[in-house]
Design a protein around this ligand. Structure first.
Ligand code: IYR
Length: 222
């Protein structure tokens, strides 16, 4: 093993305190405007935007820099249709049999149901896969670490990047979602993590009237 190589962190930017306060506040105001939408327009979105947002997601901190994620970007209408059919099968079971009453009560304010037309209408569906390990060229297993944490962070950064580009998203988690491996051609050691629906919101889209917890509720300073 040779010695690790370190280089100067020339990209780090410090801001004067007042500017730092303004940046933190501005970014909160900006992120607060992100809302999950369930009605998407079919207006096309340049692929280049999606590519840049995926590169942004790929900068996420992660276990031992193994970058244990894979993103499958679907725009093919036939593939979207297949995904919708399979997802709606699972959702039908969920809403009619699997979900306990209190879960359905919790979902009531969000107005969700088993119909998922956005899976065909939105220009992009991004399947996000968590790689429990990597198979290298010689078929040897390479360990991955903190996989869910890493993929969760990357997904958050992807959602933030898409919001910053002016696109809306929906984090969709049909359960179980193993069918995504089959449709998206991913190997079984990759676990489908979630399906991100991406596009412009439908004109005059409405969102549920919900609030976020206060700082006191979500944080303590000791
Ligand atoms: N996967 C279902 C149900 C659902 C579950 C939760 I928790 C949500 O926050 C939203 C929906 C669906 O997509 O309808």
């Amino acid at each position: 093993m040779h010695a690790p190589i370190f280089v100067p962190h020339i990209d780090y930017e410090e801001h004067p305190v007042n500017e730092m306060k303004k940046r933190a506040s501005d970014f909160y105001e900006f992120l607060k405007k992100r809302r999950t939408v369930r009605d998407f327009s079919d207006r096309p979105v340049p692929r280049e935007v999606i590519e840049k947002c995926l590169l942004a997601a790929g900068t996420a901190p992660n276990g031992a820099n193994k970058q244990p994620w894979h993103f499958v970007v679907v725009s093919d209408p036939d593939v979207k249709k297949k995904i919708r059919v399979e997802a709606e099968k699972e959702e039908h079971e969920f809403y009619n049999r699997r979900a306990p009453e209190d879960w359905l009560d919790d979902l009531f304010p969000l107005g969700t149901d088993e119909n998922k037309p956005f899976l065909e209408k939105a220009p992009y569906l991004i399947g996000i896969f968590a790689q429990s390990y990597n198979l290298n060229k010689n078929g040897k297993k390479e360990k991955h670490y903190y996989v869910k944490e890493s993929v969760g962070i990357a997904t958050g950064m992807l959602i933030t990047a898409l919001h910053h580009s002016g696109l809306a998203t929906l984090t969709h988690t049909p359960s179980p979602m193993g069918f995504l491996n089959e449709i998206m051609g991913r190997p079984s050691h990759e676990k489908s993590f979630l399906l991100l629906v991406v596009g412009y919101p439908e004109d005059d889209v409405k969102v549920p009237d919900i609030t976020k917890k206060s700082l006191e509720e979500i944080a303590s300073f000791i």
